[in-house]
Design a protein. Structure first.
Length: 226
């Protein structure tokens, strides 16, 4: 009599891992309770024993990504006598590598209405690095707001332009060029890289440039005792 095939027990971690794998392969739009259940070889209703609904599933996926970011930044502890900016910069750049591996994640993170509980681990690391360098808690609080989503490895833009042609008629483009000459000049001169990009404007170069500006500005305030 053949031995019964052993099945790995279902768990919240397995469900989140399956959902993340689907999103990595097909994008966040492919995530449904039924699609995840199919990937796990179970009924969709079974998932509700572990996640309350799709919103809870997406929130759990965000927590899992934040855990990855925490792990990626684990080697970025402040160095004795080192510059706190280097510590925070390494953490942000490590977080970006996680986001580049999961390019669907920024939009899901940005849509969350509640802060993931494990996000406070990242805030604690930032505040700790600044406090140990002599910065006030008031400045560290401002740093959290100034850095924003950069702590998670991406920049949250007001709009998310796409690379695809929008199909705007030539006449409308010409009218826009006349109405917004400086923006038209900017669009014509700005070169956007493809490597390390999460969106048309959220490129690696733009990310590092903005991160440097913020960190240098915060350091100027720290030195001035503001």
């Amino acid at each position: 009599m053949p031995a019964r095939e052993s099945r790995t027990p279902l768990s919240r971690d397995r469900i989140l891992a399956a959902a993340i794998a689907i999103a990595d392969a097909e994008g966040a739009g492919a995530i449904t309770m039924r699609r995840v259940a199919d990937a796990l070889g179970c009924e969709a209703m079974t998932l509700y024993h572990y996640v309350p609904d799709k919103t809870g599933l997406l929130a759990g996926m965000v927590e899992a990504i934040v855990d990855e970011i925490i792990g990626a930044g684990a080697d970025s502890a402040p160095m004795e006598g080192g510059d706190w900016r280097d510590t925070v910069r390494r953490r942000c750049l490590a977080a970006r590598q996680v986001m580049l591996a999961h390019p669907w994640a920024p939009s899901i993170v940005a849509a969350q209405v509640q802060t993931p509980p494990n996000m406070f681990v990242i805030f604690e690391a930032l505040v700790g690095a600044m406090a140990e360098a002599g910065a006030s808690y008031d400045l560290a609080h401002r740093a959290i707001h100034a850095l924003g989503s950069m702590l998670l490895g991406f920049t949250q833009e007001l709009f998310q332009p796409t690379i695809e042609d929008t199909g705007t008629p030539t006449g409308e483009l010409e009218a826009m060029a006349r109405a917004f000459p400086h923006l038209t000049g900017l669009a014509a001169s700005a070169m956007h890289e493809a490597h390390g990009s999460l969106s048309l404007c959220d490129t690696q170069a733009e990310f590092e440039f903005t991160l440097g500006l913020i960190l240098d500005g915060l350091e100027a305030h720290r030195v001035a005792g503001i």
